[in-house]
Design a protein around this ligand. Structure first.
Ligand code: F6R
Length: 364
């Protein structure tokens, strides 16, 4: 039950610190990552041609982060695709490839059929799944469970954070086994992952700023999410969350794409949400903020505490603790989930059971 919370969604966001810890800690033994009983050797990894990440909705957005980090750390080429596209496009997979399937329920029909298609073509399938014994878990070669526990709210929150956590473990493990990252770096990122639950506690404790912002802007007709690099992946998830529970139209754009069209839609009072957790891209994002503000946009930025320049550029800044940019998405998604929650609440929407949506999509 709701354990004293008004909605399952809030309860589930508040569980994020715990479930991330449950997902990460059992896989760290003597400062090394051990992915349960999954036997993937350095030789297996050297032989992989390509990794395909396949999923739907929020799980797909976790996959987009997965692509960035696996390519960055392990230097293996990764394609990420929505399952309903992948399964019908006769994908170029072969027996040297690995397919990573991501699913909370483990029952999403398009994702399950994408898995079967991958196996038919001889690929090794590793799935990141939340429901033990689900169809996807049963049919995969290897399973890495996310220990998010039952997720009742239709809009996925804590499952996403644990999917990201699992993907970081996979990326780091592959990269280290392949000799693509140094031991010191590997250990530092592991330490960073262990500290994430505490960082999210701080974000949750700080939710008043977001609540207040939502109470002033819930009448918005259309909202843009703009980010670069990992923040672009995060923007897609922030935008989906907002749409599905508050019914406000929204779109996510890569910062650099703005001037290729979308900026035409920015007018006096348009809300623009800018996650900006990537240190090397903050300056570029500040330029984007200037561009939209010059056209009248109201900007809410999500930035690291120490990033003082952002305060001057944006109208309102929600700060997150100073975490390494690489792992920042696991922390920075929480303010976006909270934003969607408070906007929906202000509008009087049923946050746990949005219209037209089912928790598990088992029909096409
Ligand atoms: C969004 C949401 C959906 C699911 C998607 C995949 O909040 O819940 O987009 O992420 O239907 O579901 P799973 O992960 O169960 O395969």
């Amino acid at each position: 039950e709701k354990a004293g919370y008004e909605h399952f969604m809030m309860k589930e966001m508040c569980e994020e610190p715990k479930v991330i810890r449950d997902t990460v800690s059992p896989r760290i033994k003597d400062d090394n990552i051990v992915l349960d009983n999954i036997k993937i050797t350095a030789d297996d990894l050297k032989n992989i041609g390509k990794i395909y990440i396949v999923a739907c909705g929020t799980a797909y957005h976790a996959g987009v982060v997965g692509k960035y980090i696996i390519e960055k750390l392990a230097r293996i080429p990764v394609e990420v695709d929505v399952a309903s596209e992948f399964r019908y496009r006769d994908p170029l997979i072969c027996d040297r490839d690995m397919v990573i399937i991501i699913s909370q329920s483990g029952e999403t029909i398009d994702t399950l059929f994408a898995l079967r298609e991958s196996k038919k073509k001889g690929a090794r399938v590793l799935s990141i799944v939340n429901v033990v014994g689900s169809s996807i878990a049963r049919e995969s070669d290897d399973v890495l469970y996310t220990w998010a526990g039952p997720e009742i709210a239709v809009a996925s929150t804590k499952a996403y954070n644990t999917q990201l956590s699992a993907l970081y473990l996979v990326a780091l493990d592959f990269a280290y086994k392949l000799g693509r990252i140094e031991k010191d770096y590997y250990s530092n990122v592991i330490e960073g992952l262990k500290a994430i639950p505490g960082e999210i506690e701080k974000v949750l404790a700080n939710r008043d700023t977001i609540q207040k912002f939502a109470s002033q802007h819930y009448n918005a007709k259309s909202i843009f999410f703009i980010g670069r690099g990992l923040d672009y992946a995060l923007s897609m998830e922030g935008s989906l969350k907002l749409k599905e529970i508050s019914y406000i139209h929204s779109e996510a754009y890569a910062g650099g794409e703005l001037k290729h069209g979308t900026i035409a839609l920015i007018e006096e009072g348009t809300l623009v949400i800018c996650p900006m957790t990537q240190d090397n891209l903050v300056e570029k994002m500040i330029s984007n903020i200037k561009e939209v503000k010059a056209r009248g946009a109201v900007v809410l930025a999500i930035a690291k505490e120490s990033n003082k320049q952002v305060c001057k550029a944006a109208d309102v800044v929600v700060t997150i603790p100073d975490v390494d940019s690489l792992i920042a998405p696991i922390v920075a998604v929480t303010p976006l989930q909270l934003f969607a929650y408070y906007m929906a609440l202000q509008k009087g929407c049923d946050v746990d059971k949005p219209r037209n949506l089912a928790k598990s999509v088992t029909v096409e």
